[in-house]
Design a protein around this ligand. Sequence first.
Ligand code: AHM
Ligand code: MG
Length: 341
Amino acid sequence: RPERDVTDTALTLDQHLLHAARETGLDTDLVILLNSIATACKAISASLRDGALAGVLGSHGSQNVQGETQKKLDVIANDIFLEHCAHSGVLACMVSEELDEVQEIPARFARGRYVLFFDPLDGSSNIDVNVSVGSIFSILRLEDVPETTDYATVLRAGVEQVAAGYALYGPSTMLMLSTGDGVRGFTLDTGLGEFRLTHDDIAIPAAAGEFAINASRAQWWEPPVRRYVEECVQGESGPRGKTFNMRWVASMVAEVHRILIRGGVFLYPMDEKNRTQGGKLRLFYEANPMAFLVEQAGGAASTGRTRIMEVEPDQPHQRVPVILGARDEVALIDGYHAEFD
Ligand code: AHM
Ligand code: MG
């Protein structure tokens, strides 16, 4: 029988977080919250798995605060997040992409200093075609347990995040997480019902050979984005001197995951069509948490004009242009914006 070290086994997320609490002083209230979020993601993963058989596909017949038609699973996933996180005892409040108002913590539960922002089911246009979707979350810690939780109290710039991550519901379910000391990936062990540490020390290479953008919007692009993409597709004979590959899943979680695993750059830029809204992706539920992860993995995240995590928020459902991934590519695209402005 080959020798096997029985102690060399992948830690569960709980084990990893408890070690981090003991060894690096990770706040135990944050551990409790991350644990609740992981449970919510496992529950969402379970609801997605049976798809059409469970009658969960299709439209819910309602619209969210941003006027978007909600899928049944948008509503189910939002309820799952609220249900599993409300009683953690460590939250001041929650803010969801799917809700009009800040979600208060019911009086029967203890309250704490943490604020949880989440997009319960990102990329939900992909659900009916059985393509990967995800949940995204971002966590802030307030100085004290707040008396009121109006938006003015909880809307802070992304640099104040203490943790962020996402769950990807793909061929396997994964949870990618950063608490400010790098990015780790955990794969759902369905037999055990636990996330287990499978990806350590995630690093995005500084250079890229792959870009992701919805090219059907080329008609509305600004000159710096047009220039960047045109140069990439000119291949070896163009100014970049190499051939780039292109991907577009239309599911930001899958896109960012690909970049964390094998590199590249992702753009959902400002264009003539989304300019009045400020962009397409939401600052709190999409841009800030993904920027935190990407920077923690050595990449960069910009609006083209500003570091995303330094954008000063003015409203909860605010949108921003997003350019993130390989830091040399992001720097090049920022440079093109500076030249054209
Ligand atoms: P959603 O929050 O309504 O799901 O929208 C966000 C999604 C992102 O996951 C993805 O990057 C983008 O929208 C896709 O946009 P498009 O439909 O223009 O390709
Ligand atoms: Mg979304």
